[in-house]
Design a protein around this ligand. Structure first.
Ligand SMILES: C[S@@+](CC[C@H](N)C(=O)[O-])C[C@H]1O[C@@H](n2cnc3c(N)ncnc32)[C@H](O)[C@@H]1O
Length: 273
């Protein structure tokens, strides 16, 4: 059992921001625009905002004045989100940010009252089944669109292939589903679990792929991701460590030489009331 919560570093969120922005589904944003009010200030709650990357990506893609309420339990990340605010809206309107320190698994529905949009990014796969059910209930009850971006699906492809890829991937998948003090994490099961729960609660859910495609222009992120991927796999399956050390060295050399392409599949969900 893992002692939780695990903290996410600003450096990691910084490193992944460009890849995240390139991966989130533009098609779902086009659909989302059709479901937002044409007038007035958009009140957008971003749950588990980290350093606020979701707002920096989405705010300039939406028209009209926006008030972003960004929630996270990590005060350090929240501080960055409050300062590194999004660019103006698509039509040049003002975008304001209000930071709230909160555990999003304990939010009272009243805290989202008046929301015109709820968002979250890179969150669902680190929740337990109970936490996801709570979040789905909150999303279904809020009565506005909800955009849940970048949940891992468990599929990873590396090119060129290596005989150890599949074993590392399987051990990493098991690590993502590990038992923590809060319960078993959903990991790659999060997307089907969220879709089924949200549909059961009567919402429409549109799912689109949002894969990370890391090539020679994302060497630093690919190297950091690889190190974390192999490290988590070995933590889960210590017997893998002797072989994995040489594997990691080989793969990192390929990544740094721009000779490795990594695809990490994610999915985005647009939930419509
Ligand atoms: C992988 S990061 C994603 C951050 C941001 N949404 C992004 O896309 O860059 C996950 C974030 O969830 C936050 N988090 C995880 N569980 C949380 C909880 N129960 N309540 C509030 N924040 C939480 C972490 O502090 C972290 O900022």
């Amino acid at each position: 059992m893992t002692a939780e919560p695990i903290r996410v570093s600003t450096e990691w969120l910084d490193l992944r921001e460009r890849a995240d922005a390139a991966s989130r589904s533009g098609e779902l944003v086009d659909e989302l625009r059709r479901h937002l009010p044409a007038r007035g200030v958009l009140v957008i709650h971003d749950l588990a905002c980290g350093t606020g990357a979701m707002g920096r990506w989405l705010a300039p893609l939406l028209p009209g004045p926006q008030h972003w309420v960004v929630h996270d339990r990590d005060a350090d990340l929240l501080e960055v989100a409050a300062v590194d605010v999004p660019a103006p809206a698509a039509d040049g309107s003002r975008v304001a940010v209000e930071a709230r320190r909160a555990d999003i698994t304990r939010l009272d529905p009243d805290e989202l009252a008046g929301a015109t949009l709820v968002t979250a990014s890179a969150l669902l796969d680190i929740l337990t089944e109970d936490e996801l059910a709570g979040l789905a209930g909150l999303c279904a009850g809020v009565g506005c669109p909800v955009l849940l971006a970048l949940s891992v699906t468990g599929r990873v492809r590396l090119a060129p292939a290596d005989p150890l890829d599949a074993r590392v991937a399987a051990a990493f998948g098991a690590h993502q589903r590990r038992v923590t003090r809060s319960g078993r994490l959903l990991g790659p099961d999060a997307v089907p679990a969220a879709v089924s729960e949200l549909r059961r609660l009567g919402t429409d859910v549109i799912v689109r792929p949002s894969p990370w495609r890391l090539g020679p222009d994302q060497v630093d992120l690919a190297a950091e991701w690889l190190t974390g991927w192999v490290g988590a796999a070995c933590e889960q399956e210590p017997g893998l460590a002797p072989e994995a050390a040489a594997y990691a060295e080989r793969r990192l050399a390929e990544a740094r030489a721009g000779e490795l392409a990594v695809t990490v599949d994610h999915a985005d969900l647009l939930v419509l009331p």
